[in-house]
Design a protein around this ligand. Structure first.
Ligand SMILES: Cc1cc2nc3c(=O)[nH]c(=O)nc-3n(C[C@H](O)[C@H](O)[C@H](O)COP(=O)(O)OP(=O)(O)OC[C@H]3O[C@@H](n4cnc5c(N)ncnc54)[C@H](O)[C@@H]3O)c2cc1C
Length: 468
């Protein structure tokens, strides 16, 4: 289907990329998904975001919002629609150094945020990868390297600037538009386009970083002990562990990060992890925080990491869950499983304070399979652990649909999210796939701009398989 063309607003001249443009190859896709949008708009200011949204709506085509393009579902691009790509809206500004208050625009990457804050000895716990965008992570949650010490990224957000579906710009905080402020912290995709966040950064220069490789016993005891220790460890300690099959057994690659300025303080927090299984490698260093999300991570997203991912939250890993997780790793599905420590400061926040309501669990388990394995293999591998999960996190779900919505936003939280999505976006401009199961209107193809021609589905770039 093609549409009548609207004139590109003057403010966006040169900032619309259609299939004939040499920039198109690097802007069409996301990290996980190759796509062929009719146009990608590149606003640099909030006013241009408003113009871009108005223009995109006039096209009557599906609209995707993109900050960093790392979303697992691939919803930040589409086929035949318009993408509003915020990558040029990427300023990081320290508003109040003493209070640690920072304004970060949605299109910045976390590597650049860490680099910009380092001279002030400030950090924002974000995620584990420097190329992830601010907008997607900070509207969904943000499970970072300092999550137990500082909470989720959303827990430190003090205000947001949002362009609503009708083009209105709203600044929301605890006192002004509190319902929008609630929604954007956990269910922001679907509320509007968040153009900037004010975040309270924490004072921190260095962190203790331990890297271990441990044999993971197939009966689940190693991961059970990992989770048991992390659930009551000092909150300065946060950790992630990647489990992967090695022949008929499995290895566990652990990165443990301590919010401490000296090795003398970091080492005791890490030490109990050396006792959970046979340690094959281990080192602990004191490193500047940006080393964890380095600018070396920055890269264009060209659909290079295909995979299918889901997740579940747990309170402790009991025998049955731990065994089921190990079977998912070593069984025929060969899932790559990641364990992330939660709890600590995350659970200081009341369940109804934000749209992320999971405030009692202490372990996040993320399961992924990679081609040639697909959704069916993941479902088989995840069936047993998934049945015992108590909630899920929106940002590690690659198949958004109503069943996932119910796990991510349970009960009253879900009802409030639905109500508010409808209030702030009555026409369904942003159409959360969590409600419809369909990120774009299937089969709809568009044509935007004079030089356009419909694009062909892209081929994946260099396959780069990262264990996650
Ligand atoms: C390699 C990798 C590592 C990761 N590590 C972590 C981690 O350690 N911790 C963690 O919590 N998560 C992690 N994630 C998940 C990550 O939080 C999500 O994928 C997040 O959505 C990415 O944000 P983005 O801006 O890059 O994504 P995009 O693909 O640009 O956006 C994802 C979705 O978010 C919405 N969105 C994006 N920007 C905005 C905006 N400005 N306003 C409103 N809605 C918006 C849109 O619906 C969009 O489809 C990781 C993902 C990858 C691929």
């Amino acid at each position: 289907m093609t549409t009548a063309m609207a004139r590109v607003p003057n403010s966006l001249t040169g900032q619309i990329v259609t299939p004939g443009d040499r920039r198109y190859a690097q802007l069409r896709s996301t990290y996980t998904t190759s796509a062929s949008p009719a146009a990608v708009l590149l606003p640099k200011t909030t006013a241009q975001v408003i113009d871009a949204l108005r223009y995109a709506r006039e096209q009557r085509l599906p609209i995707a919002v993109r900050s960093g393009g790392h979303g697992f579902s691939g919803a930040s691009s589409n086929n035949g629609g318009v993408v509003i790509d915020l990558s040029m809206l990427n300023r990081v500004q320290v508003l109040d150094e003493r209070a640690g208050l920072v304004r970060v625009e949605a299109g910045a990457r976390w590597a650049n945020v860490a680099k910009a804050l380092a001279p002030y000895d400030l950090v924002i716990s974000s995620g584990d990868h420097g190329n992830v965008g601010v907008g997607g992570l900070a509207t969904g949650g943000g499970v970072g390297w300092l999550v137990r010490a500082h909470g989720l990224t959303i827990d430190r957000v003090r205000a947001v600037e949002v362009v609503l579906a009708d083009g209105t710009l709203v600044r929301a905080d605890a006192e002004h538009e509190p319902e929008l402020f609630w929604l954007v912290r956990g269910a922001g995709a679907g509320a509007g386009i968040v153009v900037a966040f004010e975040i309270e950064a924490a004072e921190q220069r260095n962190v203790g970083v331990a890297q271990l490789v441990v044999e993971a016993h197939p009966d689940g005891r190693t991961i059970r002990e990992w989770a048991a220790y992390l659930s009551q460890a000092p909150r300065e300690l946060s950790a992630a562990a990647v489990l992967y099959a090695e022949g008929r057994s499995a290895l566990m690659s652990i990165t443990a990060v301590v919010a401490a300025e000296s090795l003398r303080r970091a080492r005791p927090a890490v030490e109990p992890l050396l006792a959970i299984g046979k340690v094959l490698e281990h080192r602990t260093d004191l490193l500047p925080y940006p080393t964890l999300v380095p600018t070396a991570h920055l890269h264009p997203n060209v659909g290079q990491q295909r995979g299918t991912t889901t997740n579940g939250l747990f309170t402790g890993l009991d025998d049955a869950v731990a065994r089921a997780v190990m079977r998912a790793v070593t069984g025929p599905g060969r899932a790559v499983i990641q364990l992330r420590s939660m709890g600590g400061a995350v659970n200081d926040v009341a369940p109804d304070a934000t749209a992320y309501s999971h405030r009692h669990q202490d372990t996040l388990v993320i399961a992924s399979v990679f081609p040639p394995q697909g959704g069916a293999a993941l479902d088989a591998a995840w069936r047993a652990p998934g049945a015992r999960a108590d909630g899920a996190y929106v940002n590690f779900e690659s198949r958004p649909n109503p069943a996932a919505f119910a796990r991510i936003y349970p009960g009253e939280t879900g009802a409030r999210v639905r109500r508010l999505w409808k209030r702030y976006d009555p026409d369904g401009v942003f159409r959360p796939a969590l409600l419809t199961g369909q990120p774009t209107r299937p089969g709809q193809q568009g044509r935007v701009g004079q030089s356009s021609r419909s694009g062909q589905p892209g081929r994946s770039g260099q396959p780069h398989r990262r264990r996650r």
